[in-house]
Ligand binder design. Sequence first.
Ligand code: G3H
Length: 255
Amino acid sequence: TFINEISKFRVLESQIKDKLQLEHVIVIPGNSDAHETVKEQLGKACVQYLSSILSAEQTVAITGGTTMSEVANMMTPLAHAKNCTFVPARGGLGEQVENQANTICAEMAKKANGKYRMLYVPDPLSEESYQTIKEEPAIKEIVELIHDAAVVIHGIGDAVTMAERRKASSTVMRKIKDKHAVSEAFGYYLDKNGEVVHKVRTVGLQLDDLKNANKVITVAGGKSKTQAILSFFKQAKSDVLITDEAAANQLLKGD
Ligand code: G3H
């Protein structure tokens, strides 16, 4: 029955909450690997949750990817959050325009009647350029805004999938494979124990900075992302996980 279905999801949510030590978990029906509409529902659940926690004048930092793009797609005016600012969490990570954090935050701001700021950083960045760029006043100003963000919303990807999509160099690809990276988030590639295998050099939020945000919201679903999700939570701090049924069931089986 409908009631049984609902309680099945509440049980899944509370089991994952206990397992990953989270403040809040939302599980939506289906498997986003198999159906695009499930990813839309992840986006919708994220918008509803954001709407319930965000206050006026706050800053929201977001990452890129197709899941975050669905969050933007489902964005609506946020009732209690007038005048919010959306910023990308980090500089470009090699994504195509539609998957870039800059693009996604502009769309979110437009739909939420908020503001946005962009981070223009060439990608990839040499060590030398990185050292110069991060001292540029215009970059410093936006990076400060990013660091002060009250809410961070991000996706998690499977390491090899992300490295391929971002056309990582053969050296980087070899490192990711040889060191068995399984997840990617914020430009960090992690192995199954959550150890950093590789990190994309760019400005903006570092994994350690997540401790400073009031609320970190992770949005990741699909059975294929189970290992990636588990790996991320071994390394990083997040408060909320929004996922789907297929990933949720596998998460409870894995370590
Ligand atoms: O950093 C993680 C990836 O951006 C996730 O990308 O949502 O397209 O799977 P995705």
